[in-house]
Design a protein around this ligand. Sequence first.
Ligand code: UDX
Length: 458
Amino acid sequence: MAVLGSGYVGLTVAAGLASFGHRVTCTDVDVDRVDHLVAGDLRIVEAGLTELIEDVRSLGRLQFLTDNIEAARSAEFVFLCLPTPGRSDGTLDTSSTEAVVTQIGRHLAPGARIVIKSTVPVGTARRVAELLQRRDVAIVSNPEFLSEGTAVDNFLHPDRVVIGSDSVRAAMDVATLYGVGGVGECIVTDSQSAELIKFASNAYLATRVTFINSVAELCEATGANVRDVARGIGSDHRIGTAFLSPGPGWGGSCFPKDSAALVALADDVGVDATVVRSVIAANEWHSVRVADKIADALDGDLSGKTIAIWGLAFKAGTDDVRHSPALKIVERLRERGALFRAFDPGVSRPITGITQCTTLEETCRGADAILVTTEWEVFARSDLDALGSLMTRRIMVDARGAIDPGVALLAGFDYTGIGVGRDASDLEFTAMCLEQETRDPVVHATYPRHRDAADQSP
Ligand code: UDX
């Protein structure tokens, strides 16, 4: 089979299919990219992918080429994993997909199946069929649900595989490709439904995140604690706990693109998209809120102040900075005269206008405040007391709830979190619990749920 496109989706799909025992040819038009792939250099950070590719290549099941026609000519299944970037009006640009279909169309083997993995507008599978004009070639929509950082695991152990086609036979053929991989539920549907499931899933997840961010804001205004509130909401089995972590707003390559595309689609077909439109607007507001928190912590004056930015990626576990809330916040703070020293354990590529450091120590040297924008675990394990001694003032705004407030307070930081009032007494209580933990193992056992600990302490 052929996988056309060697981005993180194409590589994961190619390696995953090869690990199921299929022989896969993966292509990219970028000669330099293919040269690096052949040399074993993926040039992306994706847990377990390099190893999986090495394994399947050593078994002779995966090769890389630049020629789409050569790869597609003898393939029974041709997976399209091509970029579909969002335009400024929210619609998606499918020109790469159309160009490749036109390029390979007459070279496809009789009875081949084209499988669209990329996120494409509803109706694309049907449009591709019209473009192709090959009655013997079925088009199948099989959207990817790969999260960056866990893409390999998501592919090998999916919650569900969605397969949509006007040809049930072709849909079933694609389903069998996953059969050896221990798949969760397999949902076979028409192609429009499969295409829409992708947008609706991401817009719904984005809505949950924005919802909890709004609840976090309410918590700050009322003295409640968003961690406890999220736990209370999420332990209702109808709701569930996933995607209820408050933060600086969602980013990445999918949520912004897919939610905007859902609104554009709704507008196009005359359907009201108020909910998702509001979610997009509220998401912007949550990054403004974080920028305001740092300005407040620095008494409103950011001019010439150096801020240590902890995290540039849009989430932990990836090197991807596309639509990263961290960069959005940096831009807002820059407009107010702030300077930056940033460290992200996953991001080494230079970013214009940001001094990138290789350690947390470097970010803190001479800094006026720390702003935690990505939830890397290594940040939580840092020696805050030592880092604070390098700074001009011990100020921290933690937009991810990545640092234990008690630890920050004990290290002398003026700590502002998300979803917990800045002066909330429970922060002080957490610090007290931490102090006690060294003396009293019983309190230690109940920490960190400080309110419970309060009820039980002598
Ligand atoms: C997402 C979808 O999860 C995946 O199924 C899809 O196919 C591609 O888009 P990804 O973009 O890798 O994956 O990121 P994801 O882990 O879903 O997070 C999206 C954004 O929401 C990130 O900015 C993340 O930090 C934020 N987020 C997520 C929160 O702020 N809180 C949460 O509780 C969860």
